[in-house]
Design a protein around this ligand. Structure first.
Ligand code: NAP
Length: 416
């Protein structure tokens, strides 16, 4: 692991705690045990606390590396896979070094913040014969899988527009993320879930056209500074029949901590022949326990993502799509390495690379939008709001225009 914070605790920890004694299994690979061997983090404090508190003896052996040499030190160990779960703008260097060291790599969303970085990682994965993948666990949400199934099967036809929102509480921006939040925005952090959902569910037979965004400041940072409280992003695609589809994605990390929708989420999509609408506080569980909600226990929990359960057969478990998608990645690695004769590894590798739901090579549209978004917000923070980024036009792949200025600024020259 590179990074050992909130997302490690929610989704990776349960995988490692279980799969060191209860292996993953497929017919092709046989049993595959996962051992968390080493962690690189900023301070090592969370690693020390975890090792001191876990009763799982297998996890007492974790090597913990910190400081400037943490990642090179980790890469000198004999690990096969590196998972990068550092803050959004600290993924690239770790992933790059790990791929050069011929480790399979899994990166938390957003994979990287620019297409140049994505190009380099994709190339390195190819040269070094390893997988480079990104976690988009909302694709494994049963509701989103059903949405995609209905679209693929032609039940819902031709998406025209959509609205998605994800609102996080102030406790996240003001506490958990305080160390790295300066200069950052909630859209890069969470709109990417919906960017990928839209791109994966309704693509790939369409093209990304343009990106615009605005937002608000003043709570997490100053009203004129580079740190954003909330962001409204609009992304426009063009279908092969030339009809455009527009998606508005609203995100924030400043909702009051006692708002009942902890990480409140809503999506709606309009089709030629239908509407899909999912709202966490309407579709889900609502729970109140005196003195325990909404703090320790959540009013509107999403147990499909992650929950601890007493199974009907007596076992205590932690499961959900957040965990399932991490295990699935390890199964893909195991399939490449142990799923058949060594001579066929190259075919297994290309089969796993062809999975567009998580391969970095299929993350181009999402990274393009993130790069455009970051450039637009950067311009707004320095006094030029209202920029638009056009995709794959005459001057290049990503081209930014300021209001009132016809001169293009090329953010990325190649085709997206
Ligand atoms: N899939 C999802 O839905 C989801 C949800 C949440 C987050 N994420 C993603 O996961 C990533 C991490 O988020 P988080 O919520 O886990 O953040 P977090 O709780 O703030 O934890 C960040 C971790 O990274 C470590 N770190 C920071 N800078 C580092 C560096 N330069 N080198 C090595 N380690 C470093 C920190 O070390 P210390 O422990 O020493 O501070 C900490 O362990 C982000 O990219 C985020 O977007 C994904």
């Amino acid at each position: 692991m590179v990074g050992f914070g909130m997302i490690f605790d929610e989704t990776y920890r349960p995988v490692f705690e279980r799969r060191c004694h209860d292996p993953l299994y497929t017919v092709e690979t046989g049993p595959v045990y996962l051992h968390l061997s080493a962690v690189a983090s900023r301070t090592g404090e969370r690693v020390s606390r975890y090792v001191a508190s876990t009763t799982n003896a297998a996890l007492h052996q974790i090597q913990s590396f910190t400081g400037v040499a943490a990642i090179p030190d980790l890469l000198r160990t004999d690990c096969h896979v590196v998972c990068v779960a550092t803050p959004d703008d600290r993924h690239f260097d770790a992933a790059r070094s790990a791929l050069i060291a011929k480790k399979h790599v899994l990166i938390e969303k957003p994979s990287v913040l620019s297409l140049v970085e994505l190009d380099e990682l994709t190339q390195l994965a190819s040269e070094n014969g390893v997988l480079a993948k990104v976690v988009y666990h909302k694709l494994a949400d049963p509701d989103h899988k059903k949405l995609r199934t209905l679209y693929r099967d032609g039940v819902l036809r031709h998406v025209n527009n959509g609205y998605c929102s994800l609102l996080e509480p102030k406790s996240i921006s003001g506490g958990q993320f305080a160390e790295w939040i300066t200069g950052r925005n909630p859209a890069t952090y969470v709109a990417v879930h919906y960017l990928k959902l839209v791109d994966f569910t309704f693509g790939p037979e369409w093209s990304l056209c343009r990106v615009s965004a605005t937002g608000q400041r003043g709570l997490v940072g100053t009203a004129t500074g580079p740190t954003w409280d909330s962001v409204q992003l609009q992304v426009v695609y063009r279908h092969p029949d030339l009809r455009e589809a527009a998606f508005d994605i609203h995100t924030s990390w400043v909702t009051p901590d006692n708002f009942p929708g902890y990480v409140d989420q809503e999506v709606q999509f309009r089709f030629d022949n239908g509407v899909w609408n999912a709202h966490q506080r309407k579709r889900g569980v609502e729970l109140t326990v005196e003195n325990r909600t909404p703090g320790e226990l959540k009013n509107t929990p999403n147990y499909h993502y992650n929950g601890t359960f007493l199974e009907p057969w007596g076992e205590r478990s932690q499961r959900g799509y957040g965990i399932e998608v991490i295990e699935r990645f390890f199964q893909e690695v195991a399939f490449v390495e142990f799923g058949g004769p060594a001579a066929d590894r190259v075919h297994r590798l290309s089969a796993m690379r062809a999975l567009a739901y998580n391969d970095l090579s299929a993350d181009r549209n999402c990274v393009a939008i993130v790069q455009a978004l970051e450039a637009i917000l950067g311009r707004a923070a320095t006094g030029t709001p209202g920029c638009v980024v056009n995709v794959n036009e005459a001057f290049g792949g990503l081209v930014l225009y300021e209001p009132g200025n016809a001169a293009p600024l090329v953010l990325y020259r190649n085709r997206v």
